[in-house]
Write a protein that binds this ligand. Structure first.
Ligand code: MRU
Length: 348
């Protein structure tokens, strides 16, 4: 079953290959990228999206930037490297995995500084591949830990897409669905469509349906009703950044889902790799929230659905305060209680 996974980001011989997620579910189209500017654009335009996948794409994008570097001395090469890294860091502001991956590449380049430039380039390619491979293992562990909170037959609601195509494999919030399927459990997934760009409708239902997992699409405004019917025993979402106090930024609408879960006494879980935890951001209020074009709301998929010139507010993410989060599930286990105290222990 898990063999059906498509690799949304890969890199070989100086070419970055990306599954163009803006075309799904109508077209399964891979694009080949060999310029850093096109990697930047693919991240900005959400061709590659989801926090871990953005981080992987940024690491590979950096390789594209430096692949033709001709400098022979480290200082000049490093100057070039930093310029490319800073450029990629301007593509999207909220998912900390982007900055995490670039930082990791920076640590590696500094570690190799005494070596010839050609060896440094090879080491950086190795590091980018490691970031991808590790994410796959991390996601599987998140799935295993999340599964300890679920049982056969339950209904689970999710928002946005935190699935296999948003990561190296399995996803974060969707990982337990895949692992449950492997165990022969039947989990009934409800996917919020996730306005305005419909990651739930276009991506989550698409990937779960392909894997033969029971999935039902609902509009965002139906979540309360579905919960009130008793069909949901748990909510699980991915996330873009966890602040030091446990507040979490995720796709716009997540906060509302958390409030609904609280009102219906349903546990609200956040699945996040440790690379998504940012202890240098104190609270959710300090997380930079991306605002995107008005057209995503007024003519999202080509049809005008609002009057021309109307004022629009289009934040791509919102912050769910820690108090509404039943547990944060990382590759190291299930975290509950005082997040401010518990989160730093994950880094020990
Ligand atoms: O704007 P997007 O589609 O990149 O937003 C994605 C999300 O909010 C996901 O839930 C999050 O990045 C986790 S993906 C494992």
């Amino acid at each position: 079953m898990t063999e059906s996974f498509l690799q949304s980001v890969s890199y070989e011989n100086g070419t970055l290959t990306i599954l163009d997620q803006t075309k799904l579910p109508n077209l399964t189209e891979f694009i080949k990228i060999d310029r850093i500017e096109d990697a930047w654009d693919a991240i900005k335009q959400l061709k590659v999206r989801g926090a871990p996948a953005i981080g992987i794409a940024a690491a590979y994008g950096l390789l594209l930037g430096i692949q033709h570097a001709t400098e022979e001395n480290f200082d000049n090469f490093y100057e070039d490297f930093q310029k490319h890294s800073n450029y990629l860091s301007t593509s999207r502001p909220t998912a900390v995995n982007l900055f995490w991956a670039l930082k990791r590449m920076n640590e590696r380049v500094l570690k190799e500084k005494e070596k010839p430039i050609s060896s440094i380039k090879n080491a950086l390619e190795e590091e980018a591949h490691l970031i991808r491979q590790e994410d796959e293992e991390v996601c599987r562990s998140i799935g295993e830990h999340a599964l300890t909170l679920f049982h056969d037959g339950i209904g689970v609601l999710t928002h946005c897409n935190a699935g296999g195509i948003a990561t190296a494999k399995y996803g974060t919030a969707l990982a337990p669905m895949y692992l449950a399927k492997e165990k022969g459990w039947n989990i009934k997934v409800y996917a919020d469509e996730t306005r305005p760009l419909l990651q739930g409708a276009r991506l989550t239902t698409w990937e779960l349906q392909q894997a033969g997992i029971d999935v039902t699409l609902i509009t965002d405004s139906m979540a309360a009703m579905v919960m009130s019917k008793g069909w949901i025993q748990a909510v699980i979402v991915g996330c873009d950044r966890v602040a030091a106090n446990g507040d979490v930024a995720n796709k716009i609408g997540t906060y509302g889902v958390a409030l609904l879960a609280k009102a219906h006494n349903i546990p609200f879980y956040v699945a996040a790799p440790i690379s998504t935890i940012d202890l240098s951001t104190q609270t959710g209020q300090d997380i930079p929230i991306e605002e995107r074009n008005a057209e995503e709301i007024t003519e999202g998929f080509g049809t005008l659905t609002a009057p021309v010139g109307v004022k629009v507010f289009n934040p791509a993410f919102d912050v769910t305060p820690a108090e509404f989060i039943t547990a944060i599930i990382t590759e190291k286990g299930v975290l509950k209680g005082n997040y401010q105290e518990e989160l730093p222990k994950l880094f020990l």
